[in-house]
Design a protein around this ligand. Structure first.
Ligand code: AMP
Ligand code: MN
Ligand code: MN
Ligand code: MN
Length: 283
């Protein structure tokens, strides 16, 4: 086992373990290097730091940034998640995250408002109650969970499919930081920029390729390897693009606790011979 997991969520965003519980769980299964990468917030890191130190686990500062990129040929804008890792002086990134949090808070209300005519109820209060009444922590996972609890749908996935995924009536795009600026501010903060789950954006192979190409052109550092459950051909395609554009690799489970019980903490794909792990460059 590599002992590394560089993509995890706590209950500061849409995971279910507290930052402390996450560190304890990671330590228990032999993870030595753990990055906490909540959505658009680094607020959990302080809460995780002292227990990590106590247990001798290396906690890497991280955040999963809701970014966007566009393809001139189609004029369409696509959402993309960029995981920022190992920030040495995070002030520039923290300033940008304040804006991202504002966007997230406003969007949570907008989604709930769009749901009112569809379900006949305003669930906003119940949604923010899930995140200690801090609206800038709300993700669509919380909205989906609330819709399940109130029996408007039977499973979270159904909430996405019926109401809140792209193309559905209560979908609100996350108008986040552009990809180029995102990579720049991560570097200004002394961190590494990682393209998260490249095969999970519903993009064609051509568009994945274009995304990885501009990610590399803008100075992006590493691409996350697809989970082992994905077809071998998908992994091979990503491996080829990583090699072609001279990128490092990152490994993370995208653990969300009981919100996604099928994802296990520390369950990361294998790294091929010749692939350079981004964690090897952490100072
Ligand atoms: P948000 O950043 O608010 O858009 O929420 C993102 C979270 O929603 C991610 O952690 C995903 O795991 C989850 N999510 C996004 N799209 C889907 C989907 N189609 N089905 C289930 N979960 C999704
Ligand atoms: Mn999530
Ligand atoms: Mn993501
Ligand atoms: Mn994630």
């Amino acid at each position: 086992m590599l002992g590394v997991d560089l993509h995890t969520h706590s209950n500061i965003s849409d995971g279910t373990l507290s930052p402390e519980q996450l560190v304890r769980a990671a330590h228990k299964i032999g993870i030595q290097t753990l990055a906490l990468t909540d959505h658009d917030t680094m607020d959990g890191l302080n809460l995780a730091a002292s227990i990590a130190q106590e247990l001798g686990l290396r906690l890497i500062s991280g955040v999963e940034i809701s970014s966007q990129w566009s393809r001139p040929a189609t004029k369409k804008t696509y959402g993309v998640h960029i995981v920022a890792l190992n920030m040495q002086h995070p002030a520039p990134l923290l300033a940008v995250l304040e804006q991202q949090k504002q966007i997230r808070a406003v969007r949570a209300k907008q989604i709930c408002d769009l749901l009112i005519p569809l379900i006949g109820e305003d669930i906003y209060h119940d949604v923010v109650a899930k995140v200690d009444h801090v609206p800038d922590r709300v993700t669509r996972t919380h909205i989906a969970k609330t819709l399940v609890e109130k029996a408007y749908v039977s499973r979270a996935q159904q909430a996405f499919d019926k109401y809140i995924k792209e193309g559905k009536k209560a979908y609100v795009k996350f108008e986040g930081l552009g990809l180029e600026d995102c990579i720049r501010v991560i570097h200004e903060s002394g961190g590494f920029a990682v393209l998260a789950h490249p095969t999970r954006y519903d993009l064609s192979a051509t568009n994945i390729r274009y995304l990885i190409e501009i990610f590399a052109k803008y100075g992006g550092d590493a691409v996350e390897l697809p989970p082992a459950i994905e077809p071998l051909g998908t992994r091979q395609m990503v491996d080829r693009m990583i090699a072609e554009f001279g990128l490092k690799v990152s490994v993370g489970s995208d653990y969300h606790g009981d919100n996604m019980p099928w994802i296990k903490l520390g369950n990361i794909p294998r790294v091929n011979e010749g692939q350079q792990g981004v964690w090897e460059s952490f100072v």
